[in-house]
Design a protein around this ligand. Structure first.
Ligand SMILES: Nc1ncnc2c1ncn2[C@@H]1O[C@H](COP(=O)(O)OP(=O)(O)OP(=O)(O)O)[C@@H](O)[C@H]1O
Length: 205
């Protein structure tokens, strides 16, 4: 089976070493959780996969295609949820969600909003919603874009436990074993709830 994500011996150093020979392989349609303490390099790794940052050495292959700095984020067939929600402030919520959709289908948008418990916010602008709601709008936008690989960097942090559990349940029921997802979290509870393969990343001293 072709690997959706194949990362080999990735190294990245800022003033300190963050990634040292980090390797990871994810099958097509598999959901994998990347788990690790704050500062261990999870977001750095996601940024490298997405093409927002370059590794010092090592290789990244997405859907069988070798990635290098000449392949920009929008050519990688990925949808990304950043740790901090990044939304277009001049667009209402529904347009933010529709942004990456090849065919803007309002039914799909409203279904996603209901499923993620943000129904009714469609006409509001990002400055008129809470941080937790903005995170779920960003998640809805990534899901709606229907890309080959979903990179979710702490997509449900800062959300109350009850809503978080409902959102996790929705992801498990609708995306697990169907979509290639790399789900980053420092929460063991979230990781265990998703019930998929867990990769632990350690902080480098
Ligand atoms: N642009 C940068 N320049 C210098 N150091 C950086 C940069 N980005 C991240 N770092 C450092 O690299 C290490 C890993 O950061 P990263 O954000 O990848 O960790 P993380 O595991 O995602 O943490 P968290 O769970 O808190 O988001 C940290 O020590 C951080 O301070």
């Amino acid at each position: 089976m072709q690997k959706a994500i194949e990362v080999t011996n990735l190294c990245k150093r800022y003033s300190q070493e963050v990634l040292k020979n980090f390797s990871l392989s994810v099958n097509e349609g598999e959901m994998v959780v990347l788990l690790g303490e704050s500062g261990c390099g999870k977001s750095t790794f996601i940024r490298i996969l997405a093409g927002l940052e370059n590794a010092d050495s090592g290789s990244v292959c997405l859907n069988g295609i070798s990635m290098d700095e000449r392949i920009p984020p929008n050519k990688r067939n990925i949808a990304l949820v950043y740790q901090e929600p990044v939304l277009w402030n001049h667009m209402p919520v529904w347009k933010n969600i529709a942004y990456g959709m090849a065919k803007k289908d309002k039914k799909v948008i409203y279904e996603l909003m209901d499923a993620l418990e943000i129904g009714g916010l469609e006409k509001r602008f990002p400055e008129e919603i809470s941080g937790g709601q903005a995170k779920r709008v960003a998640l809805a936008r990534a899901l709606a874009a229907d890309k080959g690989i979903l990179l979710l960097d702490e997509p449900l942090s800062n959300i109350d436990e009850k809503t978080k559990l409902k959102n996790l349940e929705y992801l498990v029921q609708n995306y697990k074993d169907r979509k290639t997802i790399l789900y980053v979290t420092h929460s063991k509870m979230e990781a265990d709830f998703l019930g998929c393969r867990q990769i632990r990343m350690d902080v480098r001293e």
